[in-house]
Design a protein around this ligand. Structure first.
Ligand code: UN1
Length: 512
């Protein structure tokens, strides 16, 4: 019997070529070992392919390099038109792509559709950006001179992405890269190969009818960490944008730094919500719930720490536990399900180990048990956990990529902010409060130390319009909105002398 995903793939145009390496319209098997892609929903086999190896990297990068020679000269608004058409194709295939995301990453339909919507949104954003790649004109200190800066295409960009946002994170990078004049070479997570194949096919479909789009504007290499490392080491990829774990980011960053390349990193988060005594509790429960259990706790931005004022902690915990009790957990494709499966058994084991460790460190665990009944067989389903902790112990300072919400109490806001910032990661954060002074304090230089700091909104579910990323072990990169586009371009500072004299800067005299 054919898997229901086959029909979806065919509608996108992925027929009989789910293979590991794609350079534009040329699809081929990799030189590596076989990879079997299984669905976290029920363990069913979705795809079998031969993976790429580091030996496949050179040819792919060479094609991207030659694509760059032409794409960089296409006027940026035309490059924007290319992205506008990709956005249209994504609109057309929104439900199909979301279904692939659900089958491969285990997301509930609403969240999978939301992820594809992020792709459409970044396309729109990038189209607008394509007419706004502004440089400055700067007053020169010399008479008859003008200083200006231009933003030029940087070169082919290597994108390494994770399983949990298998399509959106690539699109944040790729759509900006395309309008900035850069081809993209993508190494997705081995856990979500079909998502990547479908995206590559969608770009191919558009590129085929777009005269200026060179072959190799978009390439794909499905392979393991060795392929990621080969991209990181490649001198013809001036920028590597990597999303995933801290150890992965560290390995990539040191390789890229070794050749003095640029890296854009979006790594782990250990995101918190401070709930002050004046918070709207109903809103707090709703936003904490979405942030903590949405995507089964597998977002970089997932809420992992709830830092609650002592005076309201009992009340909040009672309401939260009530909400957790009735969480609809199960097949993410079923309407009404809010929590789908974890990605795999390793993830479930890591969660169970973290819960035992938390107990050893003085925690009281509520829920958190694996679920076997009324869920599809073959998937790793779990009841999200709430863990009351006596303080911010070692396990609380780690990111466990699963739905564990640690609850810590505080009495003074300064103490709450210190706890908040007292972890190695710095991605997203939030404060729930109706006290404007507390809200503002959270946003000052002495407040949250994260790249994203929200008031009365949970830490997850950011819009694409803002710059996305964070500090400390999160890696410091910024993707998506605001001026993140600048990372995909190189800045040239130009001094133009339109006089007949040759005055030197700093008033230096240097005449014979
Ligand atoms: C991620 O988990 O890598 O803010 C990205 C959010 C989403 C993106 C998460 N817009 O939760």
């Amino acid at each position: 019997m054919t898997h229901p995903i086959q029909e979806v793939l065919q509608r996108i145009g992925v027929n009989d070529h789910p293979v590991a390496v794609a350079v534009g319209n040329t699809w081929q098997a990799g030189a590596g070992e076989a990879l079997t892609g299984k669905s976290p929903i029920d363990g069913s086999t979705l795809v079998t392919l031969t993976q790429a190896t580091p030996s496949d990297v050179d040819t792919v990068v060479a094609t991207a390099r030659s694509a760059f020679q032409t794409w960089r000269n296409v006027p940026a608004p035309r490059r924007g038109e290319f992205v506008r058409l990709i956005g249209n194709a994504l609109r057309e295939h929104k439900a199909d792509l979301a279904a692939i995301v659900s089958w491969e990453a285990g997301k509930i339909t609403q969240e999978a559709l939301g992820e594809v919507q992020e792709m459409i949104d970044i396309c729109d954003f990038a189209v607008g950006q394509s007419r706004q790649l502004y440089g400055k004109t700067i007053a020169s200190e010399r008479p008859g001179h003008r200083l200006m800066e231009q933003w030029h295409p940087l070169g082919p960009v290597g994108v390494i992405s994770a399983f949990n946002f298998p399509v959106a994170v690539w699109s944040w990078n790729a759509m900006l890269a395309f309008v900035c004049g850069d081809p993209v070479v993508w190494k997705p997570s081995e856990k979500t190969p079909l998502c990547a194949i479908a995206c590559q096919q969608i770009v191919n479909n558009v590129a085929r009818d777009f005269p200026e789009a060179p072959d190799g504007i978009s390439s794909l290499l499905i392979g393991g960490a060795d392929v990621g490392q080969a991209l990181a080491a490649h001198p013809d990829l001036p920028l590597i944008s990597a999303t995933g774990s801290v150890p992965m980011g560290r390995a990539v960053a040191s390789t890229v730094a070794g050749r003095l390349g640029l890296s854009l990193l979006e790594l782990g988060g250990n995101n918190a919500m401070i709930v002050t005594e004046s918070a709207d509790l109903e809103m707090t429960v709703r936003s904490a719930l979405f942030s903590a259990v949405g995507t089964c706790g597998q977002r970089c931005t997932s809420l992992r720490r709830l830092i609650v004022h002592d005076s309201i902690a009992d009340k909040l915990l009672t309401s939260l536990k009530k909400a957790y009790e009735k969480l609809p957990i199960g097949n993410p494709l079923d309407e009404g399900t809010l929590v789908g499966p974890l990605i795999d058994q390793r993830s479930l084991d890591a969660m169970q180990t973290a819960l035992r460790t938390a107990e050893e460190q003085g925690g009281t665990v509520h829920f958190g048990n694996p679920i076997m009944q009324d869920v599809p067989a073959g998937g790793c389903y779990v009841h999200p956990a709430i863990v009351e902790m006596p303080g911010q112990t070692e396990i609380v300072q780690q990111e466990t990529f699963a739905p564990i919400l640690y609850v810590i109490r505080y009495t003074e806001l300064d103490e709450a902010i210190a706890l908040h910032n007292g972890v190695p990661q710095g991605l997203s954060s939030s404060i729930m409060t109706n006290d404007i002074r507390q809200a503002e304090q959270f946003l000052t230089p002495a407040g949250s130390d994260c790249g994203i700091a929200n008031v009365n909104v949970g830490p997850s579910g950011a819009e694409i319009g803002g710059a996305f990323g964070g500090e400390k072990e999160t890696g410091g990169g910024r993707e998506s909105g605001s001026d993140a586009w600048k990372a995909y371009m190189r800045r040239a500072t130009n001094t133009i002398n339109y006089s007949t004299e040759l005055p030197l800067a700093q008033g230096i005299k240097f005449d014979l």
